[in-house]
Design a protein around this ligand. Structure first.
Ligand code: 0PR
Length: 352
């Protein structure tokens, strides 16, 4: 008998969520299609164009180029690869805040670029002066994060973009998680707000699409050309993706979620998730914990390891930051009732 899929009832650590019903259905319908072979699978290939247009609309980019990747990791690796291909130096470097996702470490390793890590400030955002001191004529790429993995912070995107262009580097924004909530805030993060060249924005996180659906967007289609390799066995002549055969499930699902939710459904979900995060932050503070005020729907708090372990033992899926705080991601499946039950257990664990 096949195992039951895991329930989301106690999942507070994931940046993925239960897909929207329409997204789930579309994923099943297109499970056996391969957008990597558009000559054979033209329907999913056309849907991918629509999905990229949808990402462009969310990210303020008219006439976008890009593709639906396997996830944020692939999109980030590809952004570094574009920058490396464009660089004219033997050993290009990439400047990134220490809040950057570990996928950039994989990229640096694979692509043999130097990763220059810039510290973050008291509010966990990239320190601009330190970034300025790190760039030079060998900098191929500057990275800003719009919704950091650990604290949900948004770097000073316009300023980092200006800095990147001052040294002729490309500017990449990692909005893998934040991209579907930031449109409903007044925080500058997208192609309209800043000189962004490439962006990661993942439907399979806040976009409520099925896994695998990451997004890579580029401002100018010549940037994607940097990734193209010849494809002699296919009817189409070139391929820019990192993977070859890839599932059409994520592609169809990303589009279905967008059609069901953009913009009102996503806006309402953002409001709910943000209100939950702020409520949780307040309750944790009332219990006496140090809490990092949520900018986006993600709460970190200084909960001791012992309590954290006891909560894990109760079945709660929570995770820890590099600084050892407890981290709760208020994804769409996370309800106020769930958080109330979690807080009750937390209160119980403290007494132990
Ligand atoms: N960029 C950012 C800002 C991310 O948060 C992530 C994933 C990625 C890129 C990579 O995306 P893919 O995983 O789609 O390739 N962040 C994590 C995640 O939720 C890392 C993580 C996982 C952190 C579990 C904590 C944790 O408990 O997949």
């Amino acid at each position: 008998m096949p195992a039951e899929p895991q329930s989301f009832d106690r999942v507070l650590s994931s940046m993925c969520t239960d897909p929207h019903p329409a997204a789930r259905e579309a994923a099943v319908d297109f499970l056996a299609t391969n957008p990597g072979d558009p000559g054979t699978y033209p329907t999913i290939s056309a849907l991918e164009d629509d999905a990229v247009d949808a990402l462009g609309e969310i990210a303020g980019l008219a006439d976008p180029t890009g593709y639906i990747a396997s996830g944020g990791t692939e999109a980030n690796i590809q952004a570094v690869r574009i920058a490396r291909e464009r660089a004219e130096t033997a050993r290009p470097n990439v400047v990134m805040p220490d809040s950057g996702h570990f996928s950039f470490r994989k990229a640096a390793d694979l692509l043999e670029v130097d990763l220059r890590i810039v510290p973050t400030d008291d509010d966990y955002r990239a320190d601009l002066e330190a970034a300025r001191a790190s760039v030079d004529e060998e900098t191929a790429l500057v990275i800003g994060v719009a919704g950091t993995t650990e604290y949900g912070r948004v770097d000073p995107i316009p300023e980092l973009g200006t800095l990147a262009h001052e040294v002729d580097a490309l500017f990449h924004v990692d909005a893998a998680w934040g991209g579907y909530v930031l449109p409903f805030t007044d925080i500058p993060w997208n192609f309209e707000h800043a000189p962004v060249d490439t962006m990661t924005i993942d439907p399979h996180k806040m976009g409520q699409a099925a896994i695998p659906a990451g997004g890579l967007l580029v401002r100018d289609e010549t940037l994607l050309d940097e990734l193209a390799v010849d494809t002699p066995y296919l009817e189409t002549t070139a391929q820019a993706t990192l993977t070859g055969t890839r599932s059409g499930a994520g592609v169809a699902s990303a589009l279905a979620a967008f059609e069901a939710l953009w913009p009102d459904g996503y806006a309402a979900q953002y409001e709910r998730s943000q209100a939950n995060a702020e409520w949780l932050a307040g309750e944790l503070r009332n219990l006496g914990y140090d809490v990092i005020e949520p900018t986006l729907p993600l709460v970190a708090a200084d909960v001791p390891a012992q309590t954290f372990d006891a909560l894990r033992a109760e079945g709660w899926r929570v995770s820890r930051t590099g600084n050892d705080e407890m981290r709760v991601v208020c994804m769409p499946h996370v309800t106020r009732e769930m958080l109330a039950a979690f807080l009750e257990d937390l209160d119980g664990c403290r007494a132990v």
